[in-house]
Design a binder for this molecule. Structure first.
Ligand SMILES: [Zn+2]
Length: 242
C-alpha cells in the first residue's frame, strides 16, 4: 500500500457493473464470429492456457495487503479493443486499443488506489526478454513464452509505459513473477494521463524477427495476433463508467 496513492472514488466514476470474464463486447459467439478460422484456432489454443498469477505477484511484490486489495478497476476505454480514450478529451483512439491498461484498484473499504512510478511490474509467465522498445510514453518490454515445443507457435506478453530494471536486456531469462521494472513517471501536466501499465499479449504462428516488432507492427496479421489480456489474468475486476 505504501507504494500507491489513494484518492477519492467520487472524482471518477459510479459503479456500473463488475465481472470476472470478458466484457460483453469482446465475448461469446458474436466476437468469435468476427475473427477468421485461423485466428479462431489460435484463440482456442490460447484459451487452453493457464491463467497467469499476475495479480497475486503484483500484490506480493508491491507489498500490498492481500486482504485490502479487492479488485482491478477499469473504465471502458482501458479494455482490449476499446475505441475510446479514458484520458484527456476521452475522444477516439487512433486505433482500437491493443491491450489492457492497469491504473486503479479498489480496496475492501471502497477506496480507490492509483498505481504510480514506484509500482513494480511482475512478468506473467516464465519466459525470455526478446525486445525493449520505445512506446509513446516510455519503454515497452517484450517477453516471449515458449509454451509449446511441438510447433513454432509462440506467445508474447508486452508491458508498456515502463522503466525497465537496470540490467534487463534481450536474452534475459525470467521466471513468472520476476520484476521487470517500474511504471514510468509521466509528467501528467504535459501528457494528461496517469501512470499506468499497458499489457498486450498475443500469438505468433511462426518465427518472427523481433527487430521488426514495434507499436506500428504489433497486432498486424503477420506479426502478432492480439488477444484480450483479461483472459489470462487472475483476480477480480470491476467496470466503471468514465
Ligand atoms: Zn494501453
Amino acid at each position: 500500500m505504501a507504494n500507491l496513492i489513494c484518492f477519492s472514488i467520487k472524482v471518477f466514476w459510479d459503479v456500473s457493473g463488475r465481472g470476472q470474464g470478458l466484457p460483453a463486447s469482446c465475448n461469446g459467439p458474436g466476437y468469435l464470429s468476427k475473427i477468421t478460422g485461423r485466428k479462431n484456432l489460435v484463440f482456442s489454443k490460447a484459451l487452453s492456457l493457464k491463467k497467469s498469477r499476475f495479480t497475486e505477484f503484483f500484490i506480493r511484490e508491491n507489498i500490498l495487503d492481500e486482504h485490502v486489495f479487492k479488485e482491478w478497476i477499469f473504465c471502458p476505454g482501458m479494455l482490449f479493443n476499446a475505441p475510446d480514450k479514458w484520458w484527456g478529451d476521452k475522444g477516439k483512439r487512433e486505433t482500437l486499443h491493443e491491450g489492457l491498461d492497469l491504473c486503479f484498484y479498489s480496496d475492501r473499504a471502497g477506496g480507490i488506489h492509483r498505481l504510480d512510478k514506484k509500482t513494480k511490474i511482475p512478468v506473467m509467465y516464465d519466459g525470455m526478454v526478446v525486445g525493449i522498445i520505445n512506446d509513446f510514453l516510455a519503454k515497452s518490454v517484450i517477453v516471449e513464452h515458449s509454451l509449446s515445443a511441438s510447433d513454432n507457435t509462440r506467445f508474447c506478453t508486452i508491458y508498456g509505459h515502463t522503466v525497465p530494471n537496470h540490467g534487463l536486456c534481450v536474452g534475459k531469462v525470467l521466471r513468472q513473477g520476476d520484476i521487470i521494472g517500474t511504471l514510468a513517471d509521466l509528467n501528467e501536466a504535459i501528457v494528461n494521463i496517469f501512470p499506468h501499465l499497458h499489457i498486450s499479449l498475443g500469438w505468433t504462428s511462426k518465427i518472427i524477427s523481433y527487430d521488426k516488432l514495434d507499436w506500428y507492427t504489433i497486432g498486424t496479421p503477420d506479426m502478432l495476433t492480439l488477444l484480450d489480456p483479461l483472459n489470462f489474468m487472475d483476480g477480480r475486476y470491476g467496470l466503471r463508467k468514465p
